[in-house]
Design a protein. Structure first.
Length: 183
């Protein structure tokens, strides 16, 4: 084989690799730029959704002040204050492992250390079964309960969605622990 044929054969082998690597580099740079441009918007939207959940839990609150919380499973702890700066509630967002992933809930504890309101947040539990934890018939059981850990005997679990409802119960217990730390 001549040197010219050998060089031509090497070029034909290397050329597709160089083209593919170049395409990957350009695509990666473009994805990085798109992420940098859209990330602040996505974060602002997530924060707005979270604030809407907090406002739904404690409608009389004028502001929500973030609090430091070291309890594992607690993703947010806030003090809800009225227009005079008086504490009207504490809002805790906690999560626990369910069947399809994390099961997050948000709980508002009143000044008397009882549950004012609670909501199940979006999750990846089985549609039609595990997602039933968001139904008022399940999640509503917690309203009015004292801020103390509960067992499966304290609430009615959902038949067919025991893992999901136990995860919500566990998330509630984490919220209670976090509330005790921050109040």
């Amino acid at each position: 084989m001549s040197d010219a044929a050998s060089k031509g054969s090497t070029f034909e082998t290397v050329r597709p690799v160089v083209v593919l690597v170049s395409i990957c580099v350009v695509a990666s740079v473009l994805l990085g730029v798109a992420h940098e441009l859209t990330d602040p918007i996505a974060q602002a939207n997530a924060e707005a959704k979270a604030m809407a959940v907090y406002a739904e839990l404690v409608p009389e609150a004028e502001d929500f002040e973030p609090l430091d919380c070291e309890v594992e499973g607690c993703t947010a702890a806030l003090r809800a204050v009225d227009s005079s700066g008086n504490v009207v509630a504490h809002v805790i967002v906690a999560q626990s492992k369910g069947y399809g992933g994390q099961v997050p809930i948000a709980v508002a504890f009143g000044p008397d250390a009882t549950v004012l309101s609670i909501t199940a947040m979006p999750n990846d539990e089985t549609p039609g079964l595990g997602t039933k934890i968001a139904n008022e018939s399940y999640i509503g059981q917690y309203v009015g309960k004292p801020a103390q850990t509960l067992t499966a005997g304290d609430v009615d679990l959902i038949s067919g969605a025991t893992i999901s409802s136990k995860a919500a119960l566990s998330a509630f217990d984490i919220a209670v622990e976090a509330y005790e730390e921050v109040r």
